[in-house]
Design a protein around this ligand. Structure first.
Ligand SMILES: C[S@@+](CC[C@H](N)C(=O)[O-])C[C@H]1O[C@@H](n2cnc3c(N)ncnc32)[C@H](O)[C@@H]1O
Length: 342
């Protein structure tokens, strides 16, 4: 017998999921959590500080309590541990840039049916379709996107450093390196390493700021351009391709992996990271939903299996690859270019 009440509740939970997202987006946009950084406040105090309606503010703050992002004692609200750790600007697990980026994608998700009908990104006109996500980001949206990558990468970079011994490597090429978070973490851990970051010119400018703030300017170089079209240079012994292949179709990925192969010295290592799906595409759920995000936002993006990735590294000439799952959804494929001097 099916438990209809439980099934109904699950379906309705899914249907109302947007309420939680919208509440979080509004709180982050208004920087509500920063207002509690120095201690509890009443709804009236928050309403005054934000110029909001007192009744609306009380209703809103109570909802954040229900979501366990705020706590309430008598009339006073305070940040919960998750707000303190992840939602106050400057906190160790800050996710605010990523949440702002998700918010701009959320409206596009409502037009998913268009992408399903046409097979095209809903963010691009018919005559301006490009393979990857080239939304006409306004400058602050581009910043949210790129720094949002950093919100994820700060933790993933430590996972990679714990899972893979990078101590033999000296010259890193970070292809589509975004804000430079991986390079910064790798160079912080390995004093012998220097990095070259390849990305679009407007993104390289954001990376430069992050690298400068990390005090690593002397050990970083940049290639501003299009990695599908422009030369990558050579002589690297480590190439990172993190969260790039999901923006492109199989043919472009095959070409890109070959370009990475050519840029590496014999014995060099390719570290490819992405939301790799099971061979039968049965999961993980995050990665299957991420493929939808790519359908909505890119001309040819998708999520791929290890076998698909292996077919590209094999075709390029890499030795047999090795899979490392750093979280259930965030997975690495490591492949070495043969021919190292012994
Ligand atoms: C999803 S972000 C990943 C950033 C970083 N690698 C990470 O894992 O956090 C993709 C990055 O690739 C860059 N990118 C995508 N296609 C590109 C291209 N054809 N040429 C240069 N950069 C590109 C984007 O600008 C963006 O910074």
């Amino acid at each position: 017998m099916h438990d209809i009440a439980r099934l109904t509740e699950r379906i309705n939970e899914m249907s109302r999921g947007f309420q939680q997202s919208a509440t979080l987006y509004t709180a982050v946009e208004a920087d509500v959590f920063a207002h509690f950084a120095h201690g509890p406040k009443t709804a009236a105090e928050i309403a005054k500080a934000l110029g909001w309606d007192p009744r609306g503010t009380r209703i809103f703050l109570d909802a954040l309590v229900a979501l366990e992002i705020l706590e309430k004692s008598s009339e006073h609200y305070a940040n919960s541990v998750s707000a303190e750790m992840c939602l106050v600007p400057g906190s160790p697990g800050y996710q605010g840039n990523l949440i702002k980026h998700q918010r701009s994608g959320y409206l596009n998700w409502l037009h998913m049916d268009e992408a399903l009908r046409t097979g095209r990104a809903v963010t691009q006109d018919e005559d301006e379709q490009t393979p990857e996500d080239r939304r006409n980001f306004k400058p602050d949206e581009l910043r949210n996107f790129i720094l949002g990558m950093s919100d994820i990468a700060r933790m993933s970079a430590q996972h990679i450093l714990d899972a893979v011994d990078l101590s033999p490597y000296r010259r890193l090429l970070d292809v589509g390196g975004g804000p430079g978070t991986y390079g910064i973490a790798f160079l912080d851990r390995h004093a012998q390493m220097s990095a070259t970051l390849f990305d679009r010119p407007e993104v390289v400018e954001i990376a430069r700021e992050q690298v400068c703030a990390a005090g690593l300017t002397e050990r970083f170089a940049y290639i501003p351009g299009d990695f599908m079209l422009d030369p990558m240079g050579g002589g690297y012994d480590l190439v990172l391709l993190s969260n790039i292949i999901h923006s492109y179709g199989p043919e472009n990925n095959r070409k890109l992996v070959k370009k990475c192969f050519d840029a590496l010295e014999p014995g060099g290592l390719l570290v490819l990271k992405d939301f790799i799906v099971e061979e039968d595409r049965s999961g993980p759920p995050f990665s299957l939903l991420f493929a939808l995000h790519m359908l909505i936002h890119t001309g040819e993006g998708d999520t791929y299996t290890y076998n698909e990735v292996a077919s590209w590294t094999d075709a390029a000439g890499f030795g047999p690859g090795r899979a490392v799952d750093i979280t259930p959804q965030s997975r690495l494929w490591l492949a070495e270019k043969p021919g190292a001097a012994t």
